[in-house]
Design a protein around this ligand. Structure first.
Ligand SMILES: [Zn+2]
Length: 248
């Protein structure tokens, strides 16, 4: 009887031990499972690529500061947020020096254009890119003095607040090989250069178009040197918005 009893307690002990071991194993397995890292994508699933978020587009329409409607045929443009600009060149004449800046994407496209032209033996140089409204006011004032009236001046230069140069998307280009031949920059002579001929055929490939071809509907003088970038959604939006102005 005594012997039977000890076997009973022994068996019960073994059973309890087995139960404890089994439940511990299950608990451990459960813990390991919950600590497992998130399932990795299958080898053939394309892993997500981190695309840098572009800086948000600045507000193009600023009703308080942007004049409404056109002025002497020029569309209104707001100054681009300056932190969107990159330096594309430095320009100098005698002691006068300044940087030429453009909106980043437009500037990078300009580099591609300039490199392609250089591969063809042509040397295109950026002369004037982004301009503040204040700087344009200065240029326009001088043009009014020269031409005698605002209307006459506007054929040659946009009034402040109406220049494509405010957007950082417009660029005046020159012929680098003509340096030293008097004052060749920003004249109709540029329209007779090989550089211009190349631009006419190829600028579009890089997202650029001539803003003021001969007899343009805006009534602005032919400007073979003045090109604008329309190769991005942002750029197209800027120009479309200027034209969609109800009073324009
Ligand atoms: Zn220009």
């Amino acid at each position: 009887m005594h012997r039977w009893r000890s076997w009973y307690w022994f068996g019960l002990g073994v059973l309890i031990s087995v139960i404890i071991v089994i439940s511990s194993v299950y608990a451990l397995a459960d813990r390991t499972k919950s600590q497992e890292p998130a399932k990795l994508p299958l080898a053939n699933t394309p892993s997500p690529i981190t695309i840098p978020t572009p800086t948000p587009a600045p507000t193009i329409s600023q009703p308080m500061s942007t004049p409404l409607g056109t002025k002497y045929g020029h569309f209104p443009y707001a100054e681009i947020n300056r932190n969107r600009l990159i330096v594309v060149a430095s320009y100098g004449q005698k002691e006068y020096q300044r940087y030429v800046e453009m909106e980043r994407e437009a500037g990078l496209a300009l580099f591609r254009l300039m490199n392609a032209a250089r591969d063809r033996g042509l040397w295109i140089i950026p002369i004037s890119g982004f301009r503040t409204v204040d700087y344009q006011a200065d240029l326009f004032r001088r043009q009014v003095q020269k031409q005698g009236s605002e209307m006459a001046a506007a054929r040659i230069s946009a009034p402040p607040g109406y220049s494509e140069h405010h957007t950082g998307l417009a660029i005046d280009l020159g012929n680098g090989f003509a340096a030293g031949e008097g004052k060749p920059d920003i004249t109709e002579q540029f329209g007779k250069t090989q550089a211009y001929e190349w631009l006419q055929k190829n600028a579009q490939t890089y997202g650029f178009e001539l803003s003021y071809p001969p007899n343009n509907p805006q009534g602005v003088m032919y400007e073979p040197w003045h090109w604008r970038y329309v190769g991005s959604d942002y750029a197209r939006q800027v120009f479309a918005q200027a034209r969609s102005n109800p009073k324009g």
